[in-house]
Design a protein. Structure first.
Length: 429
């Protein structure tokens, strides 16, 4: 019987099931004498395997004495939960990351006291959220989106910002994202995001809705766990880089119910230095699956923050009806959501642009952007630069140089014309 079970598992590819039978069929039944009743053949029956949990699975992290400060009591209140022993030291060493087992190690690494660390993570707040806006470690402001709507910027205050910068430099900055991720990665930019899509027959662009708030506290904790940190260390690190907006903030400028619920729980704040790196790491599996899907359709795929871009030849263009539902399915399975109004298909006969760069035949600047900058420079020559600084840039000359440099990186001829105009400006006016 053993080899029959093995053969069934091999042919069906379902190791979760086993084969059971009461008795093997009688091989001589087929050759029984005429007139005898033939015994019915018994059929194989699939029985699901039942897995039993280990009886002592919670014992390893239960101790009788306080293992470290701020440790939690167990359910029976007679023990302490020691969550600092399940880290992967070898993985941390391979990645070159600081070895941190619990809050004491994290506080020492950040040059903080244990009380300061607990204060920054909101441990002393009821519900772990700031009771009011003034007590929060973040400053909040709304900015207008280019295509309508508003975006909430949550900028950390100086002390928390310094802590997040250290986490970024010594932990998150050492973990490379997927090769398709082009935003907020050293050596990658909007140029590298647009380059793979030059000269394609069709361009498909999609947008992830509420990208940063969609990455909640649980996902961030899982990222630190995947790097090799213990449960205790991952919890404290995740609380240092996530936040929940105080409930009193919504008294003015109340958003939709769905957005409010997303911001009221701990999430990645848009404005923190650690958020772009964590967002890229949280989307690693998404990038992996979408890149594989694109390859199966002979297409290109890149992602710049929340902008997804696919491109391909005429065969890919004819396959969009089958391709797009698969993309939506993968995005939903990875717990993200596509913006329903930001799906765009651009064909070769139209102006194709990726993150503001024209990619029809080569990387190029948009004609209207070039004409607008050229007009500003001419008006600066004629009427003086002060008259053109409508947004009151403190360093208007540096601002114009940066815009000219961007045009030059895409089109050297146009960049040379703009630089010639810039040299004629009288900055004393």
């Amino acid at each position: 019987m053993g080899w029959l079970v093995w053969l069934w598992r091999l042919l069906t590819g379902t190791p979760q099931t086993t084969v059971a039978s009461v008795a093997a069929p009688n091989r001589m039944a087929a050759h029984s004498a005429p007139g005898r009743s033939r015994r019915p053949r018994r059929r194989w029956r699939l029985v699901p395997l039942r897995y039993q949990r280990p009886a002592n699975r919670t014992a390893p992290h239960l101790v009788k004495q306080l293992p470290y400060r701020f440790a939690r009591r167990s359910a029976d209140l007679r023990h302490w939960n020691d969550l600092s022993q399940d880290g992967q030291l070898r993985r941390l060493e391979q990645l070159g990351l600081p070895v941190l087992a619990g809050p004491d190690d994290i506080a020492c690494w950040l040059s903080l006291s244990a009380g300061q660390l607990a204060w920054l993570t909101g441990r002393f707040w009821e519900g772990r959220a700031a009771p009011r806006v003034a007590a929060s470690h973040y400053r909040y402001r709304w900015i207008q989106k280019r295509r309508g709507g508003r975006r909430l910027i949550e900028a950390p205050k100086p002390r928390l910002k310094r802590v997040q910068q250290q986490i970024l430099a010594e932990i998150l900055g050492r973990i490379p994202p997927h090769v398709a991720a082009q935003g907020f990665v050293m050596g990658r930019s909007i140029l590298t995001n647009a380059q793979p899509h030059v000269g394609q027959a069709v361009l498909l662009k999609l947008d992830l809705e509420n990208f940063y708030p969609s990455v909640n506290y649980g996902r961030v904790t899982a990222i630190f766990r995947s790097l090799g940190y213990s449960r205790e260390a991952a919890i404290w690190l995740a609380r240092l880089v996530t936040t929940a907006v105080p409930a009193g903030f919504w008294e003015s400028g109340r958003p939709s119910h769905l957005a409010e619920a997303r911001y009221l729980r701990r999430h990645l704040p848009q404005g923190a230095p650690t958020s772009p790196a964590l967002a890229n790491l949280s989307a690693f599996v998404l990038d992996l699956r979408l890149a594989g899907l694109a390859r199966s359709f002979n297409a290109q795929y890149t992602r710049y923050a929340d902008d997804l871009t696919f491109s391909g030849d005429e065969v890919f263009q004819r396959s969009l009806a089958a391709f797009l539902p698969l993309v939506r399915q993968i995005v939903a399975q990875e717990r993200f959501r596509l913006h329903p109004q930001k799906t765009c298909v651009q064909r070769a006969g139209q102006r194709q642009q990726v993150t503001g760069i024209v990619v029809n035949s080569k990387l190029n600047v948009r004609r209207d952007d070039y004409d607008r900058l050229k007009a500003i420079l001419k008006n600066c020559i004629q009427y003086g630069p002060t008259s053109q600084n409508r947004d009151r840039h403190p360093e208007f000359a540096s601002h114009l140089r940066g815009r000219i440099a961007f045009v030059s990186s895409l089109n050297s001829a146009r960049g040379a014309k703009l630089r010639a105009l810039f040299e004629q400006i009288d900055w004393s006016r």
